[in-house]
Design a protein around this ligand. Structure first.
Ligand SMILES: NC(=O)c1ccc[n+]([C@@H]2O[C@H](COP(=O)([O-])OP(=O)(O)OC[C@H]3O[C@@H](n4cnc5c(N)ncnc54)[C@H](OP(=O)(O)O)[C@@H]3O)[C@@H](O)[C@H]2O)c1
Length: 295
């Protein structure tokens, strides 16, 4: 099975490349300048050159705060670009998997969000990603929109790497404790996505395989607790301890507002695809060990 994936250096792209080498899937990354989501004319030729069985759109404008001042660019990449990828998939007659986000929700619910809960993004990034979901659904009936959350990995930029970097020079950090969500390893996402690809290939016409699905690490936490877990794990590997104090979103202002609750309910993915990601703590432990050993 040949899988084309947009982007080349992103967390999920690199995780899929790594996990792909352990499977019989051939992963073909399509990054800029060959495929530029900001220039939709590049999308179809790049994808045609690969002749894939499945296309994954994992590239995106992911700067949540930057999107507040660059909403037009975020929309062009996350909505128009995503739509062009789905259109190409439809023209080739192959399924498309679109990565999306917990930030399509406003965070006002007091339970985990299900796929059919009404979205209501409270920042520009979330609006652009929701528009991307809609563009993909309109362009390709055979789509899997996969919302995930709080992604970390050994690659690129993410909260875990930021905390480990800060922990090298700081002994105390103040982190927000009033946003809850489900941390998710990009390597686990890659495993889950490969399972989905296998099922899509085997049962390509089964209608229940398509639509919106939530995929996230098992278990929920807040950013302060997540940071504590990172520093506890790092200390067990010889790093000096770091004290985490709790703050609130009101005290720690960022350009983009974040939902207070962005827990995703992942039951549908478990039921239809038989995919449940591991507890975030065990995946975190393996990734921290890898990061510290390679530093
Ligand atoms: N990170 C999170 O916490 C999180 C949470 C929920 C959902 N998601 C979603 O998961 C997906 C992957 O996220 P990630 O964390 O792996 O992202 P990431 O590490 O920030 O990587 C983004 C990727 O997009 C590519 N890209 C950006 N602009 C592009 C353009 N104009 N044309 C082509 N490629 C472009 C980048 O290309 P280069 O390789 O050239 O830099 C990179 O490969 C995204 O859809 C994101 O919205 C992420």
């Amino acid at each position: 099975m040949r899988i084309a994936i947009t982007g080349s250096q992103g967390q999920i792209v690199r995780s899929l490349i790594e996990r792909g080498t352990m499977s019989d899937a051939e992963i073909v990354p399509l990054g800029r300048p060959c495929l530029d989501l900001g220039n939709p004319a590049t999308v179809l030729p790049a994808i045609l050159s690969v002749a894939p069985d499945i296309i994954i759109n994992a590239a995106a404008f992911t700067g949540v705060d930057l999107a507040e001042s660059e909403e037009t660019t975020a929309y062009q990449i996350n909505a128009v670009g995503a739509g062009a990828v789905a259109l190409a998939a439809n023209q080739l007659g192959v399924p498309v998997i679109q990565l999306s986000t917990d930030y399509v929700f406003d965070g006002g619910l007091d339970r985990a969000y299900r796929e059919d809960d009404a979205p209501g993004p409270i920042n520009a990034y979330g609006r652009s990603k929701l528009a991307g979901e809609q563009a993909v659904a309109a362009a390709a009936p055979r789509h899997v929109i996969l919302r995930t959350s709080w992604v970390y990995s050994p690659f690129g930029k993410n909260f875990v790497k930021t905390m480990l970097g800060l922990g090298e020079t700081r002994h105390e950090l103040s982190i927000v404790a009033d946003q809850i969500g489900r941390p998710t390893s990009a390597l686990d996402i890659a495993d889950g996505v490969l399972s989905i690809c296998n099922r899509l290939k085997a049962g390509a016409d089964a209608e229940d395989l398509y639509g919106i699905f939530h995929m996230a690490g098992t278990g929920a936490t807040n950013w302060a607790e997540f940071a504590e877990a990172i520093f506890t794990e790092a200390a067990s590997l010889g790093r000096h301890p770091v004290i985490v104090t709790r703050t609130t979103s009101d005290q720690y202002k960022t350009p983009a507002r974040r939902p207070k609750n962005s827990r995703l309910d992942t039951e549908k993915l478990a039921k239809i695809y038989g995919v449940t990601l591991p507890p975030w703590q065990s995946s975190l432990s393996a990734i921290i060990m890898r990061l510290i050993e390679s530093s």
